[in-house]
Design a protein around this ligand. Structure first.
Ligand code: NAD
Length: 278
């Protein structure tokens, strides 16, 4: 159902790869809610992903960019203002990648070149995006910038590896820049800490199936889906959330406030009983 929450708003959506991507679902909802926007991803992602299908549906131009390159980001903002006919109202950073995770390097045997790439792609790119936007004065007053995060920024989770450090930095950048951008331009910056979700990046997490089952049992409302994340992101882009900034907001069905639930305990006890019979 559409509420026209983003009618007249212009945006840039980074990170839609295929129809499982959280950014893809957010783009679809933003389109439904009346926004116009551009889409951006790396040249490789554009070749191997399905972004052109999304672009057609949403009538959006696709602008290739490596989010670690300031020059590429400048082009994305300048070109977006050109095709959309003015300054931007909302930006989505939905970008994450770790070569250490991909190559199964454990946290106590990290490759440091990979580690630096993880930080650059998954966290510093957010600072670069914000700094470029501010220098170009590309975002309208009361605009809203959002990045996607994960609870591993605060709590240790087996298998999340150096992405945990990247997410902690991402959330910190959101606060530090949020203060400056808020003070000077009334621009809001937040992170949404989403439930584990089965996407290309999500599937890279070691033991994703067990993790999804565990968080589902632990969360009183169940895991939040990518579609539900899209709904919430639209609210954060809209004028209905004008005074929310510098926040990391858990969108996880209650998981982050739990220590043990009935459903998880039942499963745990079942495993203990089975163990007793061995
Ligand atoms: N899937 C989950 O379980 C989950 C949970 C919480 C947060 N998140 C976060 O959500 C965001 C989106 O991930 P997703 O799950 O939709 O997976 P996804 O694989 O669909 O999206 C990740 C995107 O990052 C892009 N990317 C990688 N390197 C890039 C670079 N150098 N420049 C520009 N783009 C680059 C990829 O091309 C891809 O589109 C990520 O920040 C991820 O960490 C995911």
């Amino acid at each position: 159902m559409s509420y026209n929450l983003l009618k007249g708003k212009k945006g840039i959506i980074f990170g839609a790869l295929d129809n499982k991507s959280i950014a893809w679902k957010i783009a679809m909802r933003a389109h439904e809610e009346g926004a116009v926007f551009t889409l951006s991803n790396t040249s490789v992602a554009l070749r191997f992903g399905e972004i052109n299908e999304l672009a057609q549906t949403c009538n959006a131009e696709v602008i290739p960019a490596d989010a670690t390159s300031v020059k590429d980001l400048e082009h994305v903002f300048l070109r977006s203002m050109e095709v959309l006919g003015g300054k931007i109202d909302f930006v989505l950073h939905s970008i994450g990648m770790s070569l250490n995770v991909r190559k199964h390097r454990p946290y106590d045997d990290l490759d440091y070149d990979y580690f630096q790439k993880t930080i650059d792609i998954s966290a510093l790119s957010f600072h670069k995006m914000l700094q470029v936007a501010k220098k170009l004065d590309a975002i309208n007053e009361w605009g809203s910038v959002l990045a996607l995060s994960y609870i591993a920024a605060q709590r240790t989770l087996v298998g999340y590896n150096d992405m945990a450090d990247a997410k902690a930095l991402l959330e910190s950048i959101s606060r530090s820049f949020g203060y400056i951008y808020g003070r000077e331009k009334h621009i809001r910056i937040n992170t949404v800490s989403q439930s584990p979700t089965r996407t290309t990046a999500g599937s890279g997490i070691k033991g994703i199936d067990g993790l999804l089952d565990f968080t589902e049992r632990m969360s009183p409302l169940g895991n939040a889906t990518a579609e539900e994340c899209a709904d919430f992101s639209i609210v954060l882009f809209s004028d209905l959330s004008r005074k929310i900034t510098m926040q990391n907001i858990y969108h996880d069905g209650g998981f982050s406030s739990m220590a043990m639930s009935q459903k998880a305990m039942a499963q745990y006890n079942k495993c203990l009983d089975e163990g007793d019979n061995l």
